[in-house]
Design a protein around this ligand. Structure first.
Ligand code: TXA
Ligand code: MG
Length: 345
């Protein structure tokens, strides 16, 4: 098992940070909390360490990573060009859960971008993430600290469960605040195109982007056949629990389908994930039920944790009540959709 060290999320301990920096300088991997999910950190300019990140995750080497830096100046230093749209969004939303895709500067090794000529940059707000970047004095490449296509980690224990010894050190700063990954916006070519809905919601993004007098485009589809995949977050299957995830369009359909599965003779264990307060749901020895809050931010904060718990309970199938339509739910609805897509699609 990796070494797991508790660290104060408000005032991170210097000695622990120094240990993490030593691990990174030795080419090791350090998992740390951000305001979204836990990241699997490596020195961004260390090609061997970057290669270890891909191996640890089981992620194809062409799927690019995000470089985490302390401020806009450090982000610009990694970019070949910094369009006005980048400045506008960065000024409004950094530090915070926004990732910008820009042209990669030629001095930045291509490994972090999976060979692409772009680079994703993000300025996190979490004190531990910031203190770690400051102590290292260099950008940190960090994908979510989970196996490829699996559930993102919002607790240190999720990282240990997913990655085990593939990570050298886990900084345990408690639960992540947003619980869902950053919003990724491609700002190349004078446009603002959302590649991944995330913790910055569409309303805040529009309010910020309006200053640039440009429309925000949301890419809904996965890459068209024959075109290069725009980013791994756009894969049809992603963010998925081990159990088969089925979406029910409302509470009644979720309950009905759960009852049906439980009455079948095969003896499957069923997980039920409802949205909003519900007093009494079904009760059955093979049923594990959870209700998440009806508020989108609260739901997002607890979503991955609830799915991890259902997986840990050993259910074969999870019936999730689809969250309401509407922009406030965009990130959660996106993860539900991708988690529920079967790998054969
Ligand atoms: O909240 C987050 O963003 C977390 C924390 C740790 O910062 N990180 C994270 O990283 O979610 P990862 O690797 O699991 O997802 C990165 C996403 C990819 O799915 C992809 O959509 C996009 O960022 N991405 C990264 N580099 C890109 C690039 N050069 N071009 C297009 N998309 C890119
Ligand atoms: Mg990820």
């Amino acid at each position: 098992m990796p070494r797991v060290v508790p660290i104060d999320p408000v005032a991170p301990d210097r000695a622990t940070l120094a240990e993490a920096v030593r691990v990174l300088r030795d080419g090791g991997l350090v998992a740390f909390p951000t305001e979204t999910v836990y990241g699997l950190g490596a020195r961004a300019f260390d090609a061997r360490a970057i290669a270890r990140v891909f191996t640890a995750k089981g992620r194809p080497p062409t799927h690019p990573l995000i470089a985490h830096v302390l401020d806009t100046g450090a982000a610009r230093a990694l970019a070949a060009a910094w369009p006005r749209e980048a400045s506008v969004l960065a000024d409004a939303l950094w530090p915070g859960p926004l990732t910008l895709v820009v042209d990669r500067a030629s001095h930045v090794p291509a490994a972090i971008s999976g060979g692409a000529d772009s680079i994703a940059v993000r300025v996190p707000s979490h004190p531990i993430a910031r203190a770690l970047i400051a102590a290292l004095g260099e950008p940190i490449a960090a994908p979510s600290a989970n196996r490829y296509q699996g559930l993102s980690p919002t607790l240190a224990s999720h990282v240990v469960k997913e990655l085990g010894d593939a990570v050298d050190l886990v900084l345990d700063g408690g639960p992540c605040d947003a619980g869902v990954e950053s919003t990724v916006v491609d700002v190349r070519g004078g446009a603002m195109c959302v590649l991944r809905p995330g913790a910055v919601d569409l309303g805040r993004l529009r309010a910020a982007g309006a200053v640039a007098a440009g429309a925000i485009e949301v890419r809904r589809e996965t890459a068209d056949a024959g075109t290069p995949r725009p980013s791994p977050g756009m894969d049809a299957r992603h963010y998925a629990p081990r159990a088969r995830l089925l979406l029910a369009k409302n509470r009644d359909e979720a309950l009905r389908t759960a009852a049906l599965l439980l009455s079948a003779s095969q003896g499957e264990r069923v997980g039920l994930l409802l949205c909003g307060a519900h007093e009494s749901v079904l009760s059955h020895p093979r049923l594990v039920a959870r209700s998440l809050p009806g508020d989108p931010a609260e739901y997002a904060r607890q979503m991955y944790r609830a799915l991890h718990e259902l997986d840990d309970a050993g259910v074969d199938v999870i019936l999730a009540q689809a969250v309401p339509d509407g922009e406030a739910w965009w990130a959660v609805a996106d993860r539900q959709r991708r988690g529920a897509t079967s790998s054969s699609q």
